[in-house]
Design a protein around this ligand. Structure first.
Ligand SMILES: Nc1ncnc2c1ncn2[C@@H]1O[C@H](COP(=O)(O)OP(=O)(O)OP(=O)(O)O)[C@@H](O)[C@H]1O
Ligand SMILES: [Mg+2]
Length: 460
């Protein structure tokens, strides 16, 4: 059988705990030249083909004995192949090929090690020969390669076909999720010009807590205290920021402040928010199926959630007409909602919301939309990815009302960048602006106490 037509979906793949590695960066190993990697990739493919010719369906269940048997088969075939071709390889290179063939059969080929490496947050395949990762906030190129476009396509298929999805010229872009919760986006030619492109945002098995974020200097203790009182005091909050700026991570951390006795409904495209509370209902939107039917949008879910007697609604991200339903919910007694939005500043966040509300197609006058925004949203928390790859809360702003046609904002905390040190690290500090927010009354009514000094005294 041609391995290209081998049905990899019947192979039990992925993520047994024993495979979880310590935090290491496999890509730090001594670099093998690209020519050498290509040569090894060639041999890997030949051996893979021969191995697949020999193995039967019963051998790919994935238990240890079966795996050992396949390993022995790989080693035998590899030695034979090398002998026939008169190629000499070091023991290390042979081990590398053996591992690669195992990864082709049981996992996700060349990117397997990246997916297993807990230090890697994001894996980006830009065609077969350019693979990037993000670790500790920094993006860098790895020396891992696929053999060619067809090889990338085969791994794409392996990732998405068990999920009942497919990618081809007719549907050249796909969003999906791995069994471990990682988010995957695939886009292939002709839409992508570099060849097939895969972007994987790995699921944080152990998401950052507010304490972690304070440790990373994403925000300081005072800001955390204020945000905690805000969440517990049922303010409606938006976490705003650019792509990958840490919005979802912060939303997740903030939602830990929601009291355990409240009924929380989370709504997302792909469940990323991980709540510790008991009383949580998680709703996930659904794309249309292959016949173009059955789509359920975030908006549908928001509307439905309102009939589910929620105390809190947490929406992973507003990016369309659901913004209107969210605002209406917030204005009709569903306080304490949390969501994220893609915007570059609190001011930009307001105009973005306005645009999203218009996407609901209700033809509301601008002023009416702005009034809804001003009365619904209490606080905007702006996050940013800094030059050095760290994420910072750069502003906490209160939405104070309207002045004429304009929604008014008031900064409560800002991050002031002072300099960049010789290692490229951003140095600065979080400072309160001295303004005591108008929401003090609301949170007090909801039983939360905050000293006004937290907003007025820089060093407390
Ligand atoms: N405060 C932080 N400090 C360090 N790393 C962080 C921080 N917040 C998030 N990250 C890392 O940055 C990456 C992106 O985070 P996250 O998914 O929260 O961003 P996002 O703004 O929601 O992205 P998107 O725009 O794709 O929705 C993740 O790998 C996450 O682990
Ligand atoms: Mg996000």
């Amino acid at each position: 059988m041609d391995y290209r037509s081998f049905d990899f979906s019947k192979v039990t793949t992925q993520q047994t705990d024993s495979k979880k590695k310590e935090t290491t960066l496999t890509t730090n190993e001594p670099t093998i030249s690209k020519a050498k990697r290509l040569e090894l990739a060639e041999i890997t493919e030949v051996v893979l083909q021969l191995v697949i010719d020999e193995i039967t369906d019963e051998m790919v269940g994935g238990d240890d004995e079966e795996k050992n048997q396949i390993r022995r088969t790989i080693i035998r075939i590899l030695n034979r192949t090398l002998g026939e071709r008169d190629v000499y390889l070091s023991q290390a290179d042979k081990g590398y090929i053996e591992e690669n063939v195992m990864n082709e059969i049981f996992d996700f080929g060349p990117i397997t090690e990246l997916l297993q490496d807990e230090a890697v947050n994001e894996v980006m395949v830009n065609g077969p020969h350019l693979i990037f990762i993000e670790t500790m906030g920094k993006i860098r190129q790895t020396d891992i390669i696929f053999k060619d476009d067809a090889h990338v396509m085969r791994i794409i298929d392996k990732i998405i076909s068990p999920l009942g999805r497919r990618v081809d010229e007719g549907s050249p872009l796909v969003d999906a999720r791995l069994p471990d919760g990682s988010r995957v986006n695939v886009i292939i030619p002709p839409l992508s010009v570099n060849g097939p492109v895969i972007t994987i945002r790995k699921f944080a098995a152990d998401p950052f807590t507010v304490q972690d974020l304070i440790g990373f200097e994403t925000l300081d203790k005072k800001m955390a205290t204020v945000l905690k009182a805000g969440v517990r005091g049922q303010l409606n909050m938006l976490v705003s920021g650019g792509t990958g700026s840490g919005k979802t991570t912060l939303l997740n951390a903030l939602s830990s402040f929601i009291p355990g006795d409240e009924r929380i409904i989370t709504i997302e495209d792909a469940a990323e928010v991980q709540l510790q509370q008991e009383h949580v209902v998680t709703l996930e939107s659904r794309p249309a199926n292959i016949e173009g039917k059955g789509r359920v949008t975030i908006r549908d879910l928001v509307v439905n959630a309102l009939r589910m007697r929620p105390d809190r609604i947490v929406v992973g991200e507003v990016r369309s007409g659901e913004a209107l339903d969210m605002l209406q919910a917030m204005n009709t007694g569903h306080d304490g909602s949390l969501t994220t939005i893609h915007a570059n500043s609190p001011r930009d966040c307001i105009s973005r919301l306005e645009t999203l509300v218009m996407m609901a197609g209700m033809e509301l006058p601008t002023r009416a939309i702005r009034e809804q925004i001003a009365s619904a949203i209490d606080v905007i928390v702006q996050v940013d990815r800094m030059m050095d790859g760290t994420r910072k809360v750069v502003k906490i702003s209160e939405v104070t009302g309207m002045e004429g046609e304009t929604v008014t904002l008031q900064d409560l905390f800002v991050f002031e960048q002072e300099r960049v040190d010789k290692n490229g690290k951003v140095i600065g500090r979080h400072i309160p602006t001295g303004v005591v927010p108008a929401f003090m009354k609301q949170i007090k009514d909801n039983g939360e106490q905050l000293s006004t000094r937290i907003f007025t005294e820089p060093e407390m």
